[in-house]
Structures are given as C-alpha cells and as structure tokens.
Design a protein around this ligand. Structure first.
Ligand SMILES: Cc1cc2nc3c(=O)[nH]c(=O)nc-3n(C[C@H](O)[C@H](O)[C@H](O)COP(=O)(O)OP(=O)(O)OC[C@H]3O[C@@H](n4cnc5c(N)ncnc54)[C@H](O)[C@@H]3O)c2cc1C
Length: 435
C-alpha cells in the first residue's frame, strides 16, 4: 500500500456490519476500501450460530439461494434447567423451513466471507491481514485511518467503524461513555461434530431443518444463559456469562459447558460427538442504554462497535442489527458525498435513520430486557420455581388427591424464596419490558 492512499469511504472491519456498509456505498458508485485484520473476512469471528437473514432481502436479492446455510431453523426451544430437571417450551414451524424463512445456522467464516464478496462484487476493495491502528484527524475532523502496513495511511472523508465489540476506533474518537464490564458478557462455545443423520434423529428434524435451543439456569448463578444450535454436521453448544459474575465465580466457561453437556436433557443430544473447536468472544449485552454516540465529524459507528447486539433473554441477535446499521451507515456516507458535507451535523441523520428502522426501534423498545433477564430472581430463583411448578403439576400424588394449582404455585414460590408479591411485580415488569 503506498503512502496516503485515498478513497471515498473507508470501512474498518469486514464483519456483517462492515460488509453491509461497504456493499451499499460501493453499489452507489463510491470508491470504498474495506479493511479487515484477519487473513479473510470471518477468520477472527465467532458467534452462537443463527443469522436472521430477512434484513438481506433488499441488500442481496435471492440471498436464500446463495448464502452458505447450514440449516434453516424450524424449531426454537426455551429450556429452563434446575439440577437434573428441565422444563422446555418448544415451538416448531414448517413455514420457517420455506422461503422467506426465519433464521438459519451458518458458519461465520463462510457467512462473513460470502457477504464481503458481495461488497467486492459491487466494487469495494477488500484489504485483508491489515489492522487499522488509529484515526487520522485534521482538527476535529476524522479524515482517515492508520494501518499496520508500511506506509499504510488511508485517507477518506468518511470512516465507518465496524470493528466490533469494544471498538477502539469509536473510543479513540471519544464516542464511548459506557465501558463498564457490567455491560458485557463473554460467550464461549464448543463445536461438536456429529453425522447429519444423527443430528436429525436426535433433534427431531429432517433434511435441511435445524434447531435453536436457548437455556436458562445453566450458569451456576453467574448472570447469563446457554445455547445449543444445530449445523449440518455439527452442534454448537455454549454459555454466555456476565463479566462481573464470571470474575468473582470460581468456575471457568469451559467447565460450565462441560456440565451443560452432562445434563440429562442435553447429554443425549451431543453424546459421542467429537470436539471440533472451542472459541470465545465478548458480547456488548448492555444494549440501548450503553450505546456510544453513533457518529461524529467524518465517522459513523455500526454493529457491535455501537453495542447493537440485542441480548434480552428471548433473543440473541446481533448479525441482523449489524447488517441493518451497516447498510444505513453506507447510505449516509453516500448522501454525505452527494452533499459534500462530512460534518457532525451532516452525519447526525444516521441516528435518525436508525431510530426509524428496526435497529434502534427494537433496541429502544426492549432496552430494559438485559437488566431484567440478568436480574437475581430471573437467574437464580425462577429456574427452580418453574421446575417445581412443573413437578407439582405433573407428579401424580395418588393415593393423595392432587393439589390445586394455587397450592403448587405458592409452595414452589416459598421453596425458592420468592414471594407472590415478587412474582406479581416481575410479571408486570416482564410485560413492560417485552410488551
Ligand atoms: C457467543 C456469541 C453468540 C452469538 N450468537 C448470535 C446469534 O446466534 N445470532 C446473532 O445474530 N448474533 C449472535 N451474536 C452476536 C454477533 O456475533 C454480533 O452481533 C455480530 O458479529 C456483530 O457484527 P459486527 O460486524 O458488528 O462485528 P464483528 O462480527 O465482531 O466483526 C468485526 C470485524 O472487524 C475486524 N476488526 C476488528 N478490529 C479491527 C481493526 N482494528 N482493523 C481491521 N479490522 C478489524 C474483525 O476481525 C472482524 O472481522 C453472538 C455473539 C457471541 C459472542
């Protein structure tokens, strides 16, 4: 790379956010450089496993025919674990296995490389094995990035920071005000190889159908949860753990995964599988309340770099928010070039556009979700309470008569140290948070 190379737009990070931004800006005819530190897009990236791809409908028409899909998710379960017990709500939809689909499992190295290729097809220049090491500024204006290549300074009137969780570019620009570890979780995952036919038999699916199981009560009191996802020839199993809880606990993530794999509800699903890979990554779990400022003179921030993962118990979605925000950042960059205005005021429309889209609408609506789901009662008491409730309802007490539901509930509440008032309060709070 020669010194002081220029472009119209520099995108840092070829994850889903960066590739979407680069695709939109390049498609509009802008000269885009997409800088990725890994040897190829996705090489450094991990996640649980499900991409909700409808956000691609406009961006990549016919994406369902091109994307490297492992399985289309047609079963979604929420499992609550307590000791050796498990209570599961299981939803299955045939419609999710047909276009337009709902979500699919896909490997990140495959998916990220595929999406980056779409940006390259549109004309973006992808530069791999290159790390952006800092911002180039002129006064208050950001005008480029330095990279770790010799003479690797890149200049452009727009820099889009898509460098993932803990974005050091956004921090360097002074946009971050919340980097308390309480707002981050660590996700750790094992990928376990199993024959596709075994996966289909064990998870009760056929063909290209797949399963997503979210689990509460498997983290030994550390705020968080677990997951199991099916790929074509492997199963992903992992835990998500609050950093503060993890730091004070005496257990490591891999031990929690080992225990989860031994649970009677999970063990038969992964038995005999061969460990393919272990990986871990941070998640910006704080959501809307902890987002940085989203733009400044010459720079926009998208995806995890802007804390746009929605991790609120019922959902663990980040790729779709990354793509949605990246695409809008690309659009704003194009508009700024048309107006030749790269000021903070010009870029302020980015936030308004995000507010008008699902990206900030969802984050705003469910902003209380992370705090509620990670609260002490939900994490430590309700798994036991729910399993006791199921036990009380389904255990046949003959020759004694069945207890009524009210008695089962008050006994389950008492055993787990929850008052009926707490229950009512949390019910109302849950409705407020998710309503
Ligand atoms: C355990 C776990 C489970 C998850 N499960 C799901 C799920 O099932 N579904 C879902 O939708 N989301 C899930 N997520 C969230 C999802 O992974 C993220 O929200 C998503 O990857 C964000 O995309 P992004 O492009 O913003 O950032 P990233 O995917 O992190 O991409 C950032 C890119 O920037 C590059 N980069 C970073 N710094 C630099 C630099 N200085 N110079 C050059 N390149 C740089 C990185 O190499 C990387 O390619 C999960 C996350 C974790 C950790």
């Amino acid at each position: 790379m020669s010194e002081e190379r220029t472009a119209d737009v520099i995108v840092v990070g070829a994850g889903p956010a960066g590739s979407a931004a680069a695709l939109v800006a390049a498609r509009a005819g802008r000269d885009v450089v997409l800088v990725e530190r890994g040897p190829f897009p996705g090489s450094k990236n991990m996640y649980g496993g499900v991409v909700y791809g409808r956000v691609l409908d406009d961006l990549v028409p016919n994406w369902t025919e091109q994307m490297p899909v492992q399985r289309w998710v047609t079963r979604r379960s929420t499992m609550v674990i307590d000791g050796d017990r498990a209570l599961t709500i299981d939803y299955r939809s045939g419609a999710w296995g047909r276009p337009p689909y709902n979500g699919c499992t896909t490997y990140r190295p495959d998916f990220d490389a595929w999406l980056a290729d779409r940006a390259v097809d549109a004309g973006a220049r992808l530069v791999t094995s290159t790390t952006a090491t800092g911002l180039v500024t002129e006064g208050e204006q950001i005008v480029g990035v330095d990279t770790d290549r010799p003479n690797g300074r890149l200049r452009a009137p727009v820099v889009i920071a898509c460098d993932g969780v803990n974005s050091f570019l956004a921090k360097e620009a002074g946009l971050y005000h919340h980097d308390d570890p309480a707002h981050f979780t660590l996700g750790a995952k094992e990928t376990i190889a199993l024959p596709p036919a075994t996966i289909e038999e064990r998870f009760g699916v056929t063909g290209t159908d797949g399963v997503d199981i979210e689990i509460l009560g498997c983290t030994e009191g550390i705020p968080g949860g677990g997951f199991v996802y099916t790929n074509h020839g492997s199963v992903a199993i992992g835990v998500v753990l609050g950093l503060n809880g993890l730091a004070s606990a005496k257990i490591r993530p891999e031990e929690l995964i080992a225990r989860l794999k031994q649970h009677p509800a999970i063990a038969p699903l992964v038995a005999g599988g061969e460990l393919q890979e272990y990986s871990a990554h941070l998640i910006p779990e704080g959501g809307y309340r902890t987002m940085p400022e989203l733009s400044t003179s010459g720079m926009l921030v998208a995806g995890d770099a802007a804390c746009m993962t929605l991790a609120a118990g019922l959902w663990l979605e980040g790729v779709n928010f990354a793509i949605g925000s990246g695409a809008l950042a690309g659009e704003v960059a194009v508009g700024a070039h048309a107006r030749k205005d790269f000021s903070a005021a010009s870029f302020a429309r980015y936030r308004a556009m995000l507010e008008g889209s699902f990206v900030l609408a969802d984050h705003k609506r469910f902003q209380g979700g992370p705090e509620f789901v990670l609260s002490d009662r939900v994490q430590r008491r309700y798994p036991g309470l729910l399993c006791d409730l199921a036990d009380g309802v389904f255990t046949v007490t003959n020759p004694r008569p069945k207890p009524g539901l009210r008695r089962v509930l008050s006994r389950a509440a008492k055993t787990n140290g929850v008052t009926l008032r707490d229950l009512a309060r949390d019910g109302v709070r849950g409705l407020r948070v998710f309503g």
